[in-house]
Design a protein around this ligand. Structure first.
Ligand code: PMP
Length: 360
């Protein structure tokens, strides 16, 4: 199958803009006259330092990260942050966790090892098909932070508001960072695995309020200490150099495409194409409740395992790749991250209509 004939709806690692991959390919063997690839370059070299500084500066500019917050470029995936957050910010105290999917559930379980966890919400009883309203959140008075996952990649639900809480917010934005403007001054910490909207897998972006670092448990590994990482500018050890380089190219692309506001507009347009089909459908059932549905991950099924499998197979034949749902949710999932062109969503919407005509 030719790349030009495909659209990749994978949930992460996921599609990247062709121009970004071409730029990386053109610089692969000899990065800007250095005589070597970025993969072969010392992370202490001037050439890499320039890549690193550019990636950080672009993130700060595009996300409008305030000076009060530090940007860290780390390893370990979003999953390592499930532990790093409580080790650094909870340290024996209590925190509120809103469990609206698999990843926030795992984060809450991990946090229990380092302090006490209060469940501010839990949507598991309805299969994580919704997001709690502000009035439903049960907030504990002494909480050190309120934790939530802004976009539930598996279930296809999304918080369309930032919770109002007395304590600062901690948020997993792995699947929606760089897709909408965010007021980071309200957040103690935001983190995101890069492999959906930012870079290849292997890099985690952490944006942390500098006034909150330095309170970690004494047994916190050095590599998980925000203080140590802030002090070393994320270079306590060898950073994920190639991923940081790819991040810098991706951020150039986001800037050239119109920045975060343009990303938000594009994501609404893409998602509307698929939700319009689902809203009219007599075959497909959306997983998420209408008011809480995600603009990044559209989840749906036919209610029949055999038909779902036929849909996925037919999609692959048409070059519409990776639309099978996550095993814990079943059905289908179309991930529409920043790099997905509108045409990809159009093609998938056309195929959904065609499939429905054939099977209803
Ligand atoms: N949080 C969210 C919202 C995710 O979608 C994922 C992965 N898909 C994770 C956390 C875990 O990320 P990682 O694999 O980078 O540890």
């Amino acid at each position: 199958m030719k790349r030009e004939e495909t659209f990749n709806f994978a949930a992460g690692p996921s599609t990247m803009p062709r121009s970004v991959l071409e730029k990386a390919a053109s610089e692969l063997l000899n990065y800007r006259g250095t005589g070597m690839s970025v993969m072969e370059m010392s992370h202490r070299s001037a050439a890499f330092q320039e890549i690193f500084d550019r990636a950080k500066a672009s993130l700060k500019e595009l996300l409008r990260v305030p000076d009060s917050h530090e940007i860290l470029l780390l390893q370990g995936g979003a999953t390592l942050q499930f532990a790093a957050v409580p080790m650094n910010l909870l340290a024996g105290g209590e925190a509120d966790y809103a469990v609206t999917g698999r990843f926030s559930g795992r984060a809450a379980e991990e946090a229990k090892k380092y302090g006490s966890v209060h469940f501010a919400a839990d949507t598991s009883s309805t299969g994580h098909d919704r997001i709690p309203k502000q009035s439903e959140l049960i907030l504990s008075p002494g909480a050190k932070y309120f934790y939530y996952c802004a976009n539930n990649t598996i279930y296809g639900t999304e918080w369309h508001y930032d919770p109002e809480t007395a304590c600062p917010l901690v948020c997993d934005m792995s699947s929606d960072i760089l897709t909408r403007p965010v007021d980071f001054s309200r957040f103690a910490l935001v983190y995101a695995g890069a492999q959906k909207n930012m870079a290849p897998a292997g890099l985690t972006v952490v944006i942390v309020d500098k006034s909150l670092v330095g309170r970690e448990l004494p047994e916190t590994p050095e590599l998980m200490s925000y203080k140590a990482m802030v002090q070393s500018d994320s270079m306590l050890n060898t950073p994920p150099c190639w991923c940081i380089y790819m991040l810098s190219l991706m951020l150039d692309w986001v800037r050239e495409t119109g920045g975060v506001e343009a990303m938000e507009k594009r994501k609404m347009q893409r998602a509307a194409l698929l939700y319009d089909v689902l809203d009219d459908s007599r075959l497909f059932r959306p997983h998420a409740r209408r008011e809480d549905r995600s603009f990044m991950n559209v989840t749906f099924s036919t209610g029949s395992k055999a038909l779902d499998a036929a849909f996925v197979e037919g999609a692959e034949e048409r070059g519409l790749l990776c639309v099978k749902g996550h095993k814990s949710a079943g059905g289908m999932r179309a991930s529409l991250y920043n790099a997905m062109p509108l045409e990809g969503a159009e093609k998938l919407a056309d195929y959904m209509r065609e499939f429905e005509r054939k099977h209803v």
